[in-house]
Design a protein around this ligand. Structure first.
Ligand code: GAR
Length: 202
């Protein structure tokens, strides 16, 4: 049997990392997984368009007006509907509780746009991460894919890739380079690695 792991991708914004995952699967490289659903914490996120264009089922679960427990129950209901076995946070800008992360131990992956443990944790997301790296004056940054636990950006590292900082970089320019050279490569590769290990029973 050609068993593949059901993967749900959680997003909040533009979804370029989601696109990298979609393209990787389209190119026949996601041998051990299958993207079955995209869940957005924001209605109108462009990532939802990307899901639609790729014929992937999607849902919106917003945080606004809900307790953390209600928000997470909403996500779990969507994950259960599609029998998701692995969850990818791809530009998902909400913190998840210990109850949630314990439920999917070593089954949630996140991509973070720095070399953890630098420029990570609560408050470090999106462009803020690159502003902090440039502000500190580091010469090398990069991206990290890690498992998600109750500590923001604190779970076991799966893959990292370094990216050079160049003279005159702005946060926007650096963000683009980190995405192109690191995030869009190591996120799909990490997903395949994790799904393949699960199938092998590791
Ligand atoms: C990406 O750079 C991702 O690493 C970052 O937000 C961006 C989302 O872009 N995530 C975080 O900062 C999480 N802490 P995308 O929606 O185009 O994939």
């Amino acid at each position: 049997m050609d068993k593949r792991i059901n993967v749900a991708v959680l997003v909040s914004g533009g979804g370029t990392n989601l696109q990298a995952l979609i393209d990787y699967e389209k190119d026949g490289k996601l041998n051990s997984g299958k993207i079955v659903k995209v869940i957005s914490s924001k209605a109108g996120a462009f990532a939802l368009e990307r899901a639609k264009n790729a014929n992937i089922d999607s849902a919106v679960v917003e945080k606004k007006g809900k307790t953390q427990a209600e928000f997470e129950s909403g996500i779990i209901a969507e994950l259960d509907k599609c029998n998701a076995e692995v969850i990818v946070l791809a530009g998902f800008m909400c913190i998840l509780s210990k109850d949630f992360t314990d439920r999917y131990k070593e089954r949630i992956l996140n991509v973070h746009p720095s070399l953890i443990p630098s420029f990570c944790g609560e408050g470090f997301y999106g462009l803020k991460v690159h502003e902090a790296a440039l502000g500190y004056g580091v010469k090398v940054t990069g991206a990290t894919v890690h498992f998600v636990n109750e500590i923001p950006d604190g779970g076991k590292i799966i893959m990292q890739k370094a990216v050079e900082i160049k003279e005159g970089d702005t946060p926007e320019v650096l963000q683009k380079r980190v995405m192109q050279e690191a995030e869009w490569k190591i996120l799909p590769a990490s997903l395949e690695k994790v799904c393949s290990s699960i199938l092998k029973g590791e």
